[in-house]
Design a protein around this ligand. Structure first.
Ligand SMILES: [Fe+2]
Ligand SMILES: [Fe+2]
Length: 269
C-alpha cells in the first residue's frame, strides 16, 4: 500500500505564485491509499482550507486524506480553534488527525502537531523573551479563551507537553507492525541545518529520550523546510516538507521521493 506524508504545502503561497506543486504527480497522488498533510496547509484556514481540500480532492478521494495543523494553520485563527479546523476538514470529507493513530497495512502512524518546548539553543528563559519578537506565530495567532490576546510561549509549551505526553503514551503501547511518528515540528535539534541558534527552539525540541525509549521506525516531520534525514539509534528522522514555491524547483520530484510503501496485512493466516 502506498502513502504520502507531506508537510508545508503552503497552498496560499503556491496559489499566489500561480504554480501547482501537484501538476506533474497527479497519477502518483491518485494511486495513494493514504495522504497525510502534516501541517502548514495554509494561513487563514477558515477561508483557505476549504479551497485547498477541494483542489487535492480532485486527485484523491477525500476520505483517504488526513490533516493535522501546523503553526500557519492557526494564523488569522485561534490557538484554541481545533474544533473549527476539524469541522472544516469534515465538511470537505477529509479526516482531522491531531493526536490520532492512523493505520495503513502493517504500519501505524501517530500524528500530532507537537509544537516545541523552548528548551534548546540559549535556553528557555532567553527563548521565551526573544522568539516572540521574531516569529509571526506570536503576532498572528490569538487565544480565544483568554480574551483573544496574542499567543505566548507558555501556551505553546503547554500544548507541546500535552502532545508529547500523548505520543509517549501511544508509543508505549505494544504494536506488532511498524510504528511511524508524524509531527509538524521537529523532534531533534540536529535536523535543523541552517538556523541561527537563537531561533532553533521555535523549530525543534530535543526528544532524544522518547526516541531512545521507544525506537519508532521513522519520525516524519515538517516545519523546518530543510530536506534533511538522519538516524538517531535505529530511528529515521526525516523532513517531509514541500516548502515555499521560490525554494522548490522540482516539486514533483520532491513529492515523488516522499511516497512510502507498507506491507498489506493479509486476513488469511
Ligand atoms: Fe512551513
Ligand atoms: Fe510550520
Amino acid at each position: 500500500m502506498k502513502y504520502l506524508v507531506l508537510a508545508d504545502w503552503h497552498y496560499d503561497h503556491w496559489k499566489k505564485a500561480d504554480r501547482d506543486p501537484f501538476a506533474d504527480v497527479e497519477r502518483e497522488i491518485s494511486e495513494l491509499d493514504l495522504l497525510i498533510l502534516a501541517g502548514d496547509i495554509s494561513n487563514k484556514p477558515r477561508v483557505r482550507w476549504k479551497n485547498a481540500f477541494a483542489e487535492i480532492s480532485r486527485l484523491l478521494p477525500p476520505d483517504r486524506i488526513h490533516v493535522l495543523p501546523g503553526n500557519h494553520d492557526y494564523y488569522q485563527h485561534v490557538f484554541d480553534g481545533d474544533e473549527r479546523l476539524s469541522e472544516i476538514a469534515a465538511a470537505a470529507g477529509v479526516r482531522y488527525a491531531n493526536m490520532a493513530d492512523i493505520r495503513i497495512g502493517d504500519t501505524r502512524l501517530l500524528c500530532a502537531t507537537l509544537w516545541t518546548d523552548f528548551e534548546i539553543g540559549p535556553g528557555r528563559m532567553i527563548n521565551e523573551e526573544h522568539i516572540p519578537r521574531r516569529m509571526n506565530d506570536y503576532k498572528l495567532i490569538r487565544v480565544a479563551s483568554h480574551g483573544y490576546r496574542k499567543l505566548r510561549p507558555r501556551d505553546v509549551i503547554q500544548r507541546h507537553l500535552s502532545h508529547r505526553t500523548w505520543l509517549d503514551t501511544q508509543l508505549a503501547r505494544p504494536f506488532p507492525g511498524s510504528t511511524n511518528v508524524v509531527t509538524h515540528h521537529a523532534p531533534h535539534p540536529d535536523v535543523l541545518l541552517d538556523y541561527s541558534e537563537d531561533l532553533e527552539a521555535a523549530y525543534a525540541s530535543d526528544l532524544s529520550g522518547i526516541i531512545a525509549r521507544h525506537a519508532p521506525e521513522a519520525w516524519l516531520f515538517g516545519h523546518s523546510h530543510d530536506a534533511c534525514s538522519l538516524t538517531v539509534g535505529p530511528t529515521l528522522l526525516k523532513n517531509v516538507s514541500l516548502g515555499y514555491p521560490d525554494d522548490v524547483a522540482d516539486p514533483a520530484g520532491r513529492i515523488r521521493s516522499l511516497i512510502r510503501e507498507t506491507e498489506t496485512v493479509s486476513d488469511t493466516v
